[in-house]
Ligand binder design. Sequence first.
Ligand code: OGA
Ligand code: MN
Length: 290
Amino acid sequence: MKIRPVGATLGALVEDVRLSSISPSEFRDIEDAWHEFGVLVFRDQHLSDEDHVAFSKRFGRLEQGLKRASSPSVSSALARMTNINRDGSVVEPTSLQWRFHVGNTHWHSDSSYKRVGAKASLLAAHVVPEEGGETEWADMRAAWDALDAGMKDWLEDKVAIHSYVYSHSWHGGLEVISDEDVRHLPPVEHAVVKVHPDTGRKSLFVGRHASHIVGQDEAESRALLKTLTSDACQPPRLWKYRWQPGDLGMWDNRCVLHRGHLWPQHQKRSMVRTTVAGDGDNEWALAEAS
Ligand code: OGA
Ligand code: MN
């Protein structure tokens, strides 16, 4: 197995490994590389859904998706993110699926609108458009390191409200989310500075679901969170990757933000994702056996 860093502060390509049949020592090397680089892409894997799920489960319990209007094709552990209808046509630009992709173009950490955010996301490329459709990642460890001492001091004890209703109001509001989503996803609190449980490194925890800071003026702290996010997501902390069918990418939502880039809407793109649930007491984690 070869690990090839991509030259940003995060990200590596992993070569000469078959994820459908890895040994325990290969798994340890992959986990170490994931902790070091935050994002790994394995090319040319062409995993079946079963192998995708099995590899994901090595990192922990999987997280249950939202089985509601905003993501109609989510089954319990595997989310299909596609613009292809059953009959082979592509979805309309006004469809929920397309609006969901538009929402995904904003930097985010998966499930940060839940009480316990996601640990890992594992995204497999099945059908890839000819142009665009890249995923891009940003290193929030290096973003924290780059802040000046005064800002670090100020942020150290701050807690942000993350809200699904807030972030989804950017691209369609209550049309995109159902009443049920709103009931199941009340606003939650997350520390703005996270310490990684495995590496001990600090990172900045912001992104599209972060609405405002507890105890601060709402409009001012909202503007600050947006600025922190856009300043954080700058080179050399970025890796933008163009998918090939058969790739599997995985990232650490605890210290990496990501976004999806759009593509010509008539071209097909079909991705499959699993999410590893955040550790500890987590009402969104599926039982081991599922
Ligand atoms: C995701 C996501 C972006 C993309 O899977 O969580 O944000 O490029 N994907 O599809
Ligand atoms: Mn995402």
